[in-house]
Structure formats: structure tokens, C-alpha cells
Write a protein that binds this ligand. Structure first.
Ligand code: LRH
Ligand code: MN
Ligand code: MN
Length: 388
């Protein structure tokens, strides 16, 4: 029997972090379809994130992306979030949108550009100091498009140098999360293309450096749960950027393309006890809602993550261990599938009720009138971000 009391307790503690950029207009390189009521400022993005928390009860943090969320006073921004009942989460550095970064940021052959990129990363640590944020998320678009374009090993040296400087700047309790991505925008080499490269850099950097797994950043068919299990075993999984992919880095709602994969990932997390807040794994979303409304898109994603977690928590660990020890291939698989096939929606609705929330967050948000209110109030101006 799975331990339902423990599962309930774990679900009550669950926290999913929202990306501020999910609330702004975003699109593909073909078209950005503007939506009414999208935020015009970091404050408005935080207000929208607070709505997701209001209806789901498990999204108490919002991640910032600098400079998309640049403000004069970050402490004040964090205070504002606090007034709305949420906190500032990860600070995401953006060293990919300036003209200077044509040949890369921290791995650029030009020392002036490298210095500029590093200064930005250090500025992001200042933002962490001001907001009380624990994690700095580093993703580099750096790489090359053509064989021979640059020296692959020299680029690794430049990258390592910048990472060391960031590590040295981190304060107590602060971490750097290194995110890898197979390709794009670089199409020949990417300087941090996979978990192995990220892990190797983190090993050298020491305890403050952890790998972040963005679920959309792998080749088709990659066994992501294996990567998760391995990094957890090594104590190097700092967090997730959750999203779904059908083809490349699609940034669709998590659990939309492959809910079974999300369950398998969460099963590894639960097996390692890494769903406990003390484990320090940040469960973040990294999504862009191109055609669907943004706040409901985030609510649905949070619910999908919650459902996958609930199913993973319902795996009968004893029965699984017994089947594994007995070499019962089909029995072990059946234990997992039993949990995956459980309809956890009534359980989650019940838990919401206990927290004083409406059982159906999507319906409750739709009935709240918030969407109509922001569409009427927020006229003029678009916040910087993918769509800007
Ligand atoms: C890169 C990425 C990274 C960025 C975000 C906006 O593809 O996943 O996490 O910061 O998208
Ligand atoms: Mn990401
Ligand atoms: Mn991505």
C-alpha cells in the first residue's frame, strides 16, 4: 500500500516557481500575438504570478529575468511581492540579447564582451542580495555556427573563468545553477550543451554550483529521468526548468506533451527524497504561452506538475522494492503503472478544500473576473521580454 498520509503531507509542502516571462507577450520568430491585459512592468508580472498562487496554493515564488525585469529598487520589488503573498525566486541572467553577444557572452573571443557579460552576472548577484533570492540561474547562448569558427577548448577556458568569478562573488546560502541546452541559437557547437558538461564545470566550482535540468533542452528520445537520478545521486541537481516539447525547445505547458515522462521524472525525485524542501531542488517552470492565455496557462502547468507529483508519491515503494529484488520485471513495472493510472484529481481537489481554496483552480480563476479587469486596466505599453 502506498502511504497516503505521507503523500498528502508532501503535497501540502510542494512549491512550484513561476517564470515572470511567462506572463508577457511571447511568440515565435514568425509572429508575436499580443494579448490584452499582459503586464507592462515587473510589478504587473508579479501581480499575475500572485494570481496563480492564489488559485493553486502551491506557487509561492516568481523568478526574475534581468534585464527584462530591471527596476531601480529590487528590495522594493521583493517587498511588493511579499505584500501579494509571494517571494522572489531565482534570478535569471540574460547575456544573450545584446548586439555585443553575436559571438557569445562569457566565451566570446573579445575580452571586452566577456567582461561586460561577467559584470551582468555579478549584477544579478546584487539583485539576489537585494531580493533575498537564493539562486542565480545561468544559461548561455554561447557557441558557434560553423566548424573552425572558434577554438572549442579556449571557449571552455573562458567559460570556466567567468563561472569561477561568479562563484567567488556568491554569498553564504547563495547558489549558481548552470543550465545546459543542446542547441539554439548556436547550431554547430554549444558551450554548455548537455548535463555532462554542466556537471563537469559544477564539480570544479564546488558545492555552490548545481546543474539545472530544463526538460525541453534535450535531443528527442533522451532519458531525462536517468539524468535526474544520476545528478540527484551526486548531490548536484539544483533544480528544474519544467516545460514540454514536441520538437525542440518548444516551451509548452509542462505535462502537455508527455505527462508520463513528467511522472517518471517525479518518481526519481521522490525516490531520492528530493521533493522535500530541505533537499534544495527548485521546481521551476520555464514556459512561453504564445497562443493560450498566460495566467490560465501557468495555472494548468502548476496543476500538471502537482498531478505528476501526486502520482509519484502514490507509488507503493515497498511493493516496488520487493518486485525489483525478486527480479519481477512485469510486477515492478505494474507497481509504477498503477500509480500513474490513478486519477489523483479528487485527492488534489480535497487538499485544496482543506487549504480554503476552490477545488478547480481553472474555473475559479475564470470566475474571478481578474482577466477582464487587467484587460480593461492595462492599456498601452509592453514589458520587455521575448515579445519586445
Ligand atoms: C533558454 C532558456 C533559459 C532562459 C529562458 C528564457 O532556452 O530555457 O532558461 O533563461 O529560456
Ligand atoms: Mn530554461
Ligand atoms: Mn529553453
Amino acid at each position: 500500500m502506498s502511504d497516503i498520509t505521507a503523500a498528502r503531507a508532501a503535497l501540502r509542502q510542494q512549491a512550484v516557481e513561476l517564470p515572470s516571462w511567462a506572463f508577457g507577450n511571447s511568440g515565435t520568430r514568425f509572429k508575436v500575438f499580443a494579448q490584452p491585459g499582459v503586464p507592462r512592468s515587473p510589478e504587473e508580472k508579479i501581480a499575475d504570478a500572485a494570481q496563480v498562487h492564489r488559485f493553486t496554493g502551491i506557487a509561492p515564488k516568481v523568478a526574475l529575468h534581468i534585464p527584462w525585469d530591471r527596476v531601480d529598487d529590487y528590495a522594493k520589488l521583493a517587498e511588493y511581492a511579499g505584500e501579494l503573498g509571494i517571494e522572489v525566486g531565482t534570478v535569471n541572467a540574460n547575456v544573450f540579447q545584446d548586439d555585443d553577444y553575436r559571438l557569445g557572452s562569457v566565451a566570446n573571443p573579445d575580452p571586452r564582451v566577456r567582461r561586460k557579460a561577467l559584470d551582468h552576472l555579478l549584477e544579478c548577484v546584487d539583485v539576489m542580495d537585494a531580493t533575498g533570492s537564493r539562486d542565480l540561474k545561468l544559461w548561455f547562448s554561447d557557441g558557434t555556427n560553423y566548424p573552425g569558427q572558434d577554438d572549442i577548448r579556449a571557449r571552455q577556458d573562458r567559460l570556466a573563468e567567468a563561472l569561477e568569478a561568479v562563484r567567488d562573488r556568491l554569498g553564504d546560502g547563495q547558489r549558481m545553477l548552470l543550465e545546459y541546452k543542446l542547441f539554439e541559437p548556436a547550431f554547430y557547437t554549444t558551450d554548455v550543451p548537455d548535463w555532462g558538461t554542466a556537471y563537469a564545470h559544477c564539480l570544479k566550482l564546488g558545492d555552490k554550483a548545481q546543474v539545472v535540468v530544463d526538460t525541453g533542452h534535450h535531443a528527442p528520445g533522451t532519458n531525462i529521468e536517468f539524468i535526474v537520478a544520476f545528478l540527484l545521486r551526486e548531490g548536484r541537481l539544483g533544480g528544474f526548468d519544467f516545460n514540454s516539447r514536441f520538437y525542440a525547445d518548444d516551451d509548452l505547458m509542462v505535462g502537455a506533451a508527455d505527462p508520463f515522462q513528467l511522472f517518471r521524472i517525479m518518481h526519481e525525485v521522490v525516490c531520492a527524497g528530493a521533493h522535500e524542501p530541505e533537499a534544495g531542488v527548485a521546481f521551476m517552470l520555464d514556459q512561453c504561452h504564445n497562443i493560450e492565455p498566460k495566467i490560465p496557462g501557468q495555472i494548468r502547468s502548476v496543476m500538471n506538475a502537482q498531478e505528476a507529483t501526486a502520482k509519484a508519491l502514490l507509488v507503493d515503494a515497498e511493493a516496488l522494492a520487493a518486485a525489483q529484488a525478486a527480479g519481477d520485471v512485469l510486477g515492478a513495472n505494474a507497481v509504477l503503472m498503477d500509480a500513474y493510472d490513478t486519477d489523483v484529481r479528487p485527492l488534489l481537489a480535497e487538499l485544496r478544500g482543506e487549504q480554503g481554496l476552490e477545488p478547480d483552480p481553472m474555473a475559479a480563476y475564470a470566475a474571478s473576473g481578474y482577466a477582464e479587469r487587467i484587460a480593461a486596466e492595462r492599456v498601452g505599453g509592453t514589458q520587455a521580454g521575448w515579445g519586445a
